[in-house]
Design a protein around this ligand. Sequence first.
Ligand SMILES: *Cc1c(COP(=O)(O)O)cnc(C)c1O
Length: 399
Amino acid sequence: MDSFNAELNQRLAAIREDNLYRELRRVDSPQSTRIRIDGKELLNFSSNDYLGLANEPALKEAVVKAVEMFGVGAGASRLICGSLAPNHELDEALAVFKNTEAALSFSSGYVAAMGTICALLGKDDVIVIDKLVHACLVDAARLCGAKLRVFSHNDLNELEDILKWADSVGNPASQVQSRNQVLVVTESVFSMDGDHAPLREIVELKNKRGAWLMVDEAHATGLYGANRRGVAEELGVANQIEVQMGTLGKALGGSGGFICGPRTLIDFLVNRARSFIFSTAPVPAAAAAATAGIRFVQSQSGEQRRNMLWEHVAELRGLLPLSPSQSPSAIIPIIIGDESKAVEAATALRDKHCFVPGIRYPTVALGKARLRVTVTASHNPGDLKTLADALQPIVNRKS
Ligand SMILES: *Cc1c(COP(=O)(O)O)cnc(C)c1O
């Protein structure tokens, strides 16, 4: 035990030395625009609860009802002990919401990515990812064993070159398999920068090259498109994306992840996605919260919240000297660069009652540390003014 602790202490010291040490901050309140930390109330500009559903009465009521009817535990994997009705209701609600043939929910977005990519690809295949995709997509790409290629962020030329290369390495004559598969993976709205992928162009490219496409809409579900399905809906390309992924833990207010697409994809995942097969089903409370979140997003209140969110984003941007953004996003990164300076900036904001996370490596690249401001529909104009005033010295020092 002594040598074990000594080794870990040494590793922790190295993390501290690099200004990359992290610790948990206990919150003694629900997730909301105001959170209580260390006995102090702070304005919360850190969460992905974009529509304010994490503490929404309609979702809480649905959870209480589900717990009364179905209890708290799921018992086992859905394939082992029978699959509870709330999980089916969620999958059906997801398919209707996303307008796909079918959907499958997972216990998190992370494991949805792991299970799906590892089910679809093996060592004879090629996976092509954007440089800035989320860690779960990177980890899945590594674990699946396919040849991994990375294209510079949103760089269509590089993507096309890789797809041409993948064509040339496919089809080894000796193999019985007709063709090695190529899967392109990107996000519609990038989690730490808030910018968008050029989905229309990517769809065109993968169609031309016969590749498959998986799009993670974690930060877009509930926020974009006439029916708030995401950016793919807004751009009219949803039905050309083989694998649509999202999470239930951001705008939808609960927790979990999902995959939507053709019935064949979902049947295949039930048979082959190891993180689905070998993991206890999400509990009834989680499934019910997500279903209620989807219904809320689909309702008129959902549309109002979404509109309110964009009003707040525009309002905050108007109060800050930021360069104009190409595409609307509730994620506003303020790049600081140096890791310790980002931590100092976050501390200075907390002293002014604003909770904004300083994001460092490995969440973003070394030397690209930043404050990641997220705005929600539930903030009020006074909150935005308070944040803008607190941010002013930091933003001014930068420019
Ligand atoms: C949060 C996030 C995930 C993971 O989803 P969880 O449900 O939190 O596990 C996946 N992809 C992106 C882009 C994310 O931001």
